[in-house]
Design a binder for this molecule. Structure first.
Ligand code: ADP
Ligand code: ZN
Length: 343
């Protein structure tokens, strides 16, 4: 079991990896707990949930809307939850995002913790305290920063995850390896079978590495004013692709990383051998899909991305595997690269 403490101004969050999720009872107050989950998790794990009221949302991104917050708030009021209450999320990124946001606004804030059940949320989304909902198709525009008291990442739960969700999470794991911990890349290169078999020990090691790196970045820069930006590697193109193609986040980010690695090579930041190694790894796990999106469309989507500031944006390049470079440059230059090199 690994316990990683994420310290930010005003809070400490304990991220536990390799622990069995059923042990969560030891971390909960004796009463006043409400569990929030989705139908899929409820069907598989619901019979083993601790004995508290359960509120179930529909699986998927469509639930990440203010309407869900309204419905859950009404239900919480009905259970009589007061400011001493505790919300426990059991689910992937969607459930954790909704629970975190709700906990930060319900009666101006109550306690919460997460059991993070998807690979994507274990390696990325549940560390860092970002939460929120979408407004129509605009993602995560309404939300807060709130560090949950704990996050449990039990890699046994990943065995029931659908294959495409698992691969999508792997892409985000590769991202962390590329920007910060090259050992992740080495492990993924050498242990294809173990990774595909979802070997629980191997995954616990990988999740722990990813969380450690992310926690180190977030503790320096919780609100994304500087160092945290490297976590967006692959996401400038990735978000645009995701909006246009409605593919799973990780697949869009994988293509975004392919483009960003190519861009890093073209700029002379990254050498050919490292570039090819990255493309090989993304291919080995079947993460690269070809999209045919016109440059003009990509331009529009990038300009709409909330992370842009004026005519420039922060683009994350790679200097080598394990080291990212955050560089501000004109949006038009990024679009021009895409126009000439689109896959
Ligand atoms: P994210 O990929 O951000 O974690 P979701 O919360 O939507 O997004 O999870 C992706 C899908 O996988 C959802 O349909 C969810 O119900 C399902 N899911 C999450 N964790 C598990 C699990 N351990 N076993 C089976 N299905 C899961
Ligand atoms: Zn991402």
């Amino acid at each position: 079991l690994e316990k990683i403490l994420l310290k930010t101004p005003g809070s400490v969050s304990a991220i536990m990896i390799g622990a069995r999720w059923e042990a969560v009872v030891k971390l909960l107050p004796p009463g006043g707990v409400v569990i929030i989950t989705d139908n899929n998790i409820q069907d598989i794990y619901g019979s083993r949930f601790p004995d508290f009221p359960v509120m179930v949302i529909k699986p998927g991104e469509e639930s990440k809307q203010l309407k869900t917050i309204g419905l859950l708030t009404r239900e919480l009021l009905r259970t009589g939850m007061d400011r001493s209450g505790f919300l426990l999320a059991i689910g992937g990124g969607v459930v954790c995002d909704i629970t975190g946001f709700l906990a930060s606004v319900y009666l101006r804030g109550i306690r919460c913790g997460y059991i993070s059940t998807s690979l994507l949320s274990q390696v990325d989304a549940s560390t860092g305290g970002k939460n929120g909902v979408n407004l129509g198709v605009v993602k995560n525009v309404i939300g807060t920063f709130l560090q949950p008291e704990f996050v449990i990442c039990d890699t046994i739960m990943l065995h029931t995850l659908p294959a495409d969700e698992y691969l999508s999470g792997l892409a985000e794991l590769i991202k962390t390896g590329l920007i910060g911990d090259k050992t992740i890349i080495e492990i993924l290169e050498k242990n294809y079978q173990g990774v595909m078999n979802r070997d629980m020990q191997l995954l616990a090691d990988l999740v722990a590495r990813s969380v450690k790196y992310k926690a180190s970045v977030v503790s320096l820069d919780e609100k994304e004013g500087g160092p945290r930006r490297v976590l967006n590697f692959g996401h400038t193109f990735g978000h645009a692709i995701e909006l246009h193609e409605s593919v799973k986040h990780g697949f869009a980010v994988a293509s975004g990383m392919q483009l960003s690695a190519g861009y890093s090579l073209a700029k002379g930041y990254l050498d050919r051998a490292q570039h090819d190694r990255i493309i090989n790894l993304l291919n080995m796990y079947g993460l690269l899909v070809n999209y045919n999106i016109p440059a003009g469309t990509i331009r529009k989507l990038i300009l709409n991305d909330k992370k842009k500031s004026g005519r420039n944006l922060h683009f994350v390049f790679l200097e080598r595997i394990g080291k990212a470079l955050d560089i501000e440059l004109p949006v038009e230059e990024v679009v021009e690269f895409y126009r000439k090199n689109k896959i």
